[in-house]
Write a protein that binds this ligand. Structure first.
Ligand SMILES: [Zn+2]
Length: 223
């Protein structure tokens, strides 16, 4: 089964049989993918959603061998980007060390410098926290009480995925947020059968009113 990877700049990638593809276009249930080494390779694939995952078919051969270690590295990058947000206060080195324990020796050899992984984690956090592109609804605008949500974060692209998902999932992480905030509430949507976090809200309490507040904001955005 193919595996979806969240990539840099929130573009969606898929890994299949040792090749990694970036999304070229979507047409209903079908998705068209191009080899991520597009400078040297014109490999292409098509996918259908099926059984909660997706099936990928090669439509144009690659001009290079598959590299399973590259897929492991992409998976690590994807996991680190997710954990950078979910575990905001964890040290980058600790997250990297944890991620490395899942890799085999070939994958470790194919890894970029740890320094660049650290930069990636920090950049992900900065984009989320400072919210240049990311802030959907900030503290000043908040119309709720002092205990209300303190910020809702999402990217335009993530919102598009969320709004095209038929099912939403929500989750709360309590212990990993900075001391000022009470919980990190996440809303997940599905992309081609894989559930990924799309929206993050920093909450100071967990009342029904607060959850409603976040969902109402998303509903407004969807109009
Ligand atoms: Zn290729």
């Amino acid at each position: 089964m193919a595996e979806l990877l969240a990539s840099t700049r929130n573009r969606v990638k898929v890994a299949d049989n040792g090749y990694v593809y970036t999304l070229a276009k979507s047409k209903g249930d079908k998705k068209y993918w191009g080899c991520e080494n597009r400078k040297i390779c014109n490999g292409r694939a098509m996918s259908y959603a099926c059984d909660g995952g997706m099936e990928v078919f090669l439509t144009k051969e690659h001009t290079h061998e598959p590299r399973l270690e590259d897929v492991s590295v992409q998976r690590l990058r994807s996991t680190l980007k997710r954990k950078a947000i979910e575990q905001l206060t964890a040290h980058p080195v600790a997250l990297i060390r944890e991620g490395l324990s899942d890799l085999n020796d070939f994958a470790v050899a194919a890894l970029p410098e740890h320094q660049s992984l650290r930069r990636m984690i920090n950049r992900t956090r900065e984009n989320t926290i400072s919210g240049r592109l990311f802030l959907l609804h900030d503290i000043e605008e908040s119309a709720t009480t002092e205990e209300g949500p303190k910020g809702i974060f999402a990217s335009e692209e993530n919102l598009r995925y969320l709004f095209s998902s038929t099912t939403w999932y929500a989750d709360g992480t309590f212990q990993v947020v900075p001391i000022l905030f009470y919980q990190l509430f996440t809303v997940h949507g599905s992309v081609a059968g894989t559930v990924l976090p799309m929206v993050y809200a920093l909450m100071q309490s967990k009342t029904e009113e607060d959850y409603r507040y976040v969902l109402h904001n998303l509903k407004d955005k969807a109009r």
